[in-house]
Write a protein that binds this ligand. Structure first.
Ligand code: SF4
Length: 408
């Protein structure tokens, strides 16, 4: 009898524990972002007052990007990294690195600035888009709390000579839990980077961190490169542009239906950003990730090239990049190379002078050609630069003197 009671009590205890755990799991799963705000007292080093917030009735509105989230006290925006705290919009990711690498500039991809150089590449968590084909979803589609507490970052580079006489760089790393703008610049210089890139996730949503870093980088003689989806409002863009040497815009497709279904955003604000870049004389390049069966119709690709030509000019560098199955579209195949070749040919037929194919090492579309004589000016293989005829001439074709737009 006693044994029976004991078993019954044990069973009851197990059931109670299970119920409590299930309840906790459910609460954790459905907890609205606002609850996370309790984890963010003002002493948290990653919290800073954000810009472009305006007080509105019973809350604040963030006007950094076209979503213009209305946030009641304690709530977060769609990007997960901006929050109404004390009636003001705060950024939650100031100095919070999510991924930091020393990349060849070709990896951004940026082809019209310092070919073959190193670029110190920095990301904080979060993104305002929710692309189903995101190639960096592990850092873009997360809350800051889910980001690694300690991140390994490139801190210095030591040049060495191998036994065959070849010189190579050995990168030293540092483990950090925060990376203030001054440290980004210090490490960028110590790794012989020529520029800092705000990249991988979406720099728009870590605007303040990017802005302050870009100011210091510029003062130290480094260039700044923003790699973005272009989903930003005109005012913040206008304030940022004087600090950016190159802006890389990912024009993800060319229909609003595609944008809504596959990114959660709209097409028009991205086109507006591109028109603004052109109007303000900024240097920029455009990349389109071609996803098979999703945004690869001949009509869309032709419309995209035509729009770029008519609105941004024939000298705009335009990339068609190969999609590799990832995230929510991992069941799709990689983009056939023929599709990318076709897209490139279409764009060149329209009159665009610098059309590239990305993520296909060995493709002729990796090279920069002189639009006048057709000779190769920068020969690439993947991220490697095999031949560079532009840097020694300051950006002119050595055969006919044609000026190639860029920073050389
Ligand atoms: S940056 Fe974030 S909080 Fe601000 S409007 Fe865009 S999604 Fe909303």
């Amino acid at each position: 009898m006693n044994q029976g009671r004991r078993r019954g009590a044990q069973l009851l205890a197990v059931m109670t524990a299970c119920a409590a755990l299930s309840a906790a799991a459910l609460i954790a799963f459905f907890t609205p972002p606002a609850t996370f705000s309790l984890l963010y007292p003002p002493s948290n080093p990653h919290v800073r007052e954000g810009r472009f917030g305006v007080p509105v009735c019973n809350g604040a509105q963030c006007r950094l990007c076209p979503y213009e989230c209305f946030l009641p006290e304690g709530a977060r925006g769609r990007c997960r990294v901006r929050m109404n705290y004390g009636g003001k919009i705060n950024t939650l990711v100031y100095s919070q690195p999510a991924a930091v690498h020393l990349d060849p500039i070709e990896k951004k991809p940026v082809y019209h600035m310092y070919p073959g150089s190193l670029i110190y590449s920095l990301a904080a968590p979060g993104c305002n888009l929710s692309c189903r084909a995101c190639q960096n979803w592990q850092i873009s589609q997360i809350y800051p709390e889910q980001s690694a507490a300690i991140v390994s970052v490139p801190a210095a580079i030591e040049m060495k000579t191998a036994s065959d006489g070849k010189v190579y760089g050995e990168v030293r790393t540092a483990e950090v839990d925060r990376l203030p703008p001054s440290e980004v610049v210090r490490y960028a210089l110590a790794t012989r980077s020529r520029a800092v890139a705000y990249t991988y996730s979406e720099p728009t949503v870590f605007y303040e961190y990017m802005y302050d870093t870009a100011v210091l980088a510029r003062r130290s003689g480094l260039k700044n490169v923003m790699v973005s989806a272009g989903y930003i409002n005109p005012e913040p863009l206008a304030e940022l542009l004087p600090l950016m040497d190159v802006v890389k815009i990912d024009l993800k497709g060319f229909s609003d239906k595609f944008y809504r279904r596959y990114t959660g955003a709209r097409l028009e604000p991205v086109l507006r950003t591109l028109r603004e870049l052109k109007a303000k004389g900024a240097m920029f390049e455009v990349v389109n990730l071609v996803v098979p069966g999703v945004n690869d119709s001949a009509r869309d690709l032709e419309a995209l090239s035509g729009w770029v030509k008519d609105n941004l000019g024939t000298s705009t560098p335009l990339f068609f990049s190969r999609f590799n199955p990832d995230y929510l579209l991992s069941d799709l195949p990689p983009t056939p190379v023929e599709t990318l070749t076709l897209a490139r040919n279409t764009a060149m037929r329209k009159g665009l002078k610098f059309v590239y194919v990305g993520n296909v090492p060995g493709h002729e579309g990796e090279n920069t050609y002189c639009p006048k004589c057709g000779r190769v000016l920068v020969r690439r293989y993947g991220y490697a630069v095999l031949e560079d005829r532009l840097t020694p001439t300051g950006g002119r074709c050595p055969w006919d003197g044609t000026r190639i737009p860029g920073i050389w």
